[in-house]
Ligand binder design. Sequence first.
Ligand code: ZN
Ligand code: ZN
Length: 374
Amino acid sequence: MPEDKTGDTGTADRMTQARRRTAEAGLDALLISPGSDLRYLTGYDALPLERLTCLVLPAEGDPVLVVPALERPAAEQSPVGSIGVQIESWNETDDPYALVASLLPDARRIAVDNHMWAEKVLRLRAVMPDGQQKLAGDVLKELRMRKSSAELQALRDAGAAIDRVHARIPEWLRAGRTERAVGADIAEAIRAEGHATVDFVIVGSGPNGASPHHELSDREIRAGDPVVVDIGGTTAAGYCSDSTRTYVVGEPPEDFLAYYEVLERAQAASVDAVRPGVTCAAVDAAARDIITDAGYGERFLHRTGHGIGLETHEDPYIVAGNDLPLEPGMVFSVEPGIYFAGQHGARIEDIVACTADGVEPFNLRSHELVIIDA
Ligand code: ZN
Ligand code: ZN
C-alpha cells in the first residue's frame, strides 16, 4: 500500500498500517490499553481503570477490543463501533487476561502499550508465559510522528488557541500578585479559548524562572521580575498545545536583556533549520551553538524540543544524538532556554511542523520581549 504521509488517513487505515508494521517488526500482536495509542488507532478515548480494557491487534487476523461489560456502551458509542472492530466484553467474575490469551493462541512476540499499567503487564505475562513482551510504542511512534493533514489542522488549531491565551497575559501579570493567582486566570482562559483540559500552567517569576519545570507557587511577583509563562492544554479533538513566552514586569535587569537577545536568535536559528532531511540533532545544534558561542552553553539545561500530538511529549525528540531525519508532517517544539539559578531565566517555545519544503510555525505570537507595567 502506498504510504500517504500527509494525507487524511482515518482510524481504519491507521489500524491497517499498524498491523503491517507489527508484522514487519516480527511481532505477533499489539496489546493496547486506554491512552493516546488506543485513541490514535480507534478514536476511543477510554477511561483508564483497574478493570482491563485492551485492544488486541494481531499482525494476522482481526482486531478485537476487550472491555469490561460496564464499559461496553461507551465503547460502542465511540468511533470503535463504526470501524468494524469486534467488541468482546467480560463480566465481573470473568478473567479478562485469560480472554486476551485465548484470542492469541499462537502469539509468541507480543508488544504491550508503553503506558500500560505494570499490574496489567505482569498479569498478561502470567497468562502467556511463553510470550516475549516488547514495547508497542516502537511500532506506533513510526505512525504517530508522521501527522496526517487532519492532525496538522488539529495542532494548528491548538496552537492558535494557546496563542490567544498568551495575548491576554498582560491582563493578569502584575507586581504584587502571586504566581498562583495569575496561574488560575490563565487556566480559566486556556479552557475559554478552546481547550477541553488544562495540562500545565507554569508561571516562573524571578528565580523560579530559572527552574524549567517550576509550576506555580505563592511567590508574589515583584517589579523587575522576568516571568517565564509556559502553558498548554488538550483540545476536544485530543491534540495538545504547548507554548512559552517570557515577560518582564517593570524594568528588566541588564544581564537578562543581554541573554534574552541571544535566546531570540538561537530559537529563530533552530526554526530556520527545519526542513525535510535535516536531523533532529542538527535542529538542536542550531540553537545550542549560538547559545554556547555567546557563553551561555552551561545555562541551556535541556534538549531543544519534543514531538507533540495526542500527547504533549512524544517522538521525535529534538536532541543531540537523534539522527532521525525530519519528514513532512513531523510536529515538535523548538524551545531553547537560558537559566541563571537563584536569579531568573528565559525560554521561548513554538510548536512547528516540518513541511514539504521548510517549516510552518503553529505559534505565531511575537518573540519580542513583552514588558508589562509593574
Ligand atoms: Zn512548554
Ligand atoms: Zn514543550
